[in-house]
Design a protein around this ligand. Structure first.
Ligand code: SF4
Length: 456
């Protein structure tokens, strides 16, 4: 069961001091940079308000914006694929690969491709899928999933990466970071020109232009999208913004909140395949508009704001739970606070409801979110929904039932001797794991109520 695995993994990670040291070091660097980056805003709060308003407007009319996007994108020769779920997306991508007789795919970092398990699918169909983002490349070499939605190899130190390169690429041991980067770059360069298909995600879908905007720091997404004859962009339907000029709001918010950069190094707007007088670019371009559970959230007005997320990663970097248990423990494409909010809706509440309890509810996530998603409140709503749907464990339900019964009945509470209360308390706290590393809580031999009566 996923829940039991989650408990086991989180305990082992939380007490892994080496893991904690690396994460604190790496996240600490980002958090310091973000503080500097925020200083460049005259009024960051106003920018957040505007972004939140725009995303709410888009979500309330998403059907219209999606059609507007499709109209404008197809007018320039682009093709839109509507994918209700991962199977839809993979089937259509498979057809394109077959038509192109694809043997190699170059892939830029994209969480939607993780979501639909594109690499596994391509591998099973005899197609090499090569990650071109350095962090993704490293975790792919190491046979891992991305650890973080923005920085996939955040859990690795320079030494770890050098060891991976020595093991998988056969290079001589080195602690020179530049040498490691050049090794990867050298190996990847040739692949761009030989791959038949390039795959990217998309940070924004722009309705009025019929374009996608891709943000990156290495230039690998540009190469993946422009060298191969076919470019496929797989984008969640919630990534919509109304107008091209809205990027002046969202680009800096995304980069500042995620990495502290005023603006990310490469920001590219793709409007479709190569046009008649253009010299470069792909011959054909597809945008896969991925639902995959997003409309489950859209259908719930009180939780819809979870779709405002622009995947900046800021909420992960401040989350005390994420910093202790790490990204892999979530066993989900999207980890951290926002992952705990959306995964139960994208991948099933029964299987993933425990993620919504993986929070101290401190609200740090909500306070840094550039689009002002009330993340910790949404976690509470998920918990409420799982209880309302009868998904709570029967033992937990019984414990809460008796707790409520006694707490609402003063006489009953007074009837129970301290020994009985201690027994019940012990059972309940054992259930939630409280007693494992703490002294057992004990109620006083005489309750306050009893003492009060005696004093009178
Ligand atoms: S929920 Fe907010 S802070 Fe978290 S990744 Fe999304 S936009 Fe960033």
């Amino acid at each position: 069961m996923k829940f039991n695995q989650f408990l086991t993994d989180s305990e082992s990670k939380a007490f892994d001091l080496e893991h904690r040291r690396k994460i604190r070091f790496n996240i600490g660097k980002y958090n310091a940079a973000v503080q500097t980056g925020l200083g460049f805003y005259n009024d960051h709060e106003l920018a957040r308000e505007r972004a939140s308003y725009l995303k709410a407007k888009v979500m309330n009319h998403l059907d219209e914006y999606l059609l507007e996007f499709e109209r404008n994108f197809t007018a320039r020769g682009g093709k839109v694929i509507w994918a209700q779920d991962a199977a839809d997306a993979l089937r259509e991508i498979g057809k394109i690969m077959a038509r192109r007789k694809a043997r190699t795919v170059v892939k830029a970092k994209s969480m939607t491709t993780e979501e639909i398990h594109l690499n596994d699918f391509l591998g099973k169909n005899g197609i090499d899928s090569l990650e071109t983002d350095l962090g993704e490349y490293i975790v792919q070499l190491n046979g891992e999933r991305p650890y973080h939605i923005v920085t996939p190899a955040m859990h690795l130190s320079k030494k770890d990466i050098a060891d991976i390169f020595v093991k998988h690429l056969g290079i001589a041991p080195t602690d020179d970071a530049q040498q490691l980067v050049l090794t990867a770059r050298h190996l990847l360069r040739d692949k761009y020109t030989t791959a038949e298909v390039g795959v990217t995600g998309g940070n924004f879908l722009i309705a009025d232009t019929g374009a996608i905007a891709v943000t990156e720091n290495e230039g690998n997404a540009r190469l993946s999208a422009t060298f191969p004859r076919t470019h496929i962009a797989i984008v969640g339907i919630e990534k919509m913004i109304p107008k091209l000029q809205d990027l002046d709001l969202f680009w800096p918010l995304l980069s500042t909140s995620g990495t502290g950069q005023q603006v990310t190094v490469y920001n590219t707007i793709y409007t479709g395949p190569r046009q008649p007088l253009e010299k470069d670019g792909p011959e054909e371009m597809y945008v896969v508009l991925l639902d995959n559970g997003r409309t489950n959230l859209l259908a719930q007005p009180d939780k819809r704001e979870a779709l405002h997320c622009i995947r900046c990663g800021a909420c992960l970097n401040v989350c005390p739970v994420y910093k202790n248990i790490g990204g892999h423990t979530y066993e989900a494409t999207y980890s951290g606070p926002i992952g705990s909010v959306i995964t139960p809706h994208l991948s099933g509440l029964a299987e993933n409801k425990h993620l919504s309890y993986a929070s101290s509810l401190c609200g740090a996530c909500t306070s840094v979110c550039p689009v002002k998603i009330n993340i910790h409140n949404l976690l509470l709503k998920n918990r409420q929904q799982s209880v309302q749907q009868g998904l709570a464990d029967s033992e937990e339900q019984r414990a809460i039932y008796f707790w409520k019964l006694t707490m609402l009945n003063r006489r009953l509470l007074n009837l129970l001797p301290a020994r009985a209360k201690n027994w019940a308390l012990f059972r309940m706290l054992t259930l939630v794991g409280w007693n494992k590393r703490r002294e057992a809580l004990e109620v006083a031999p005489k309750s306050f109520n009893k003492l009060w009566k005696e004093r009178r």
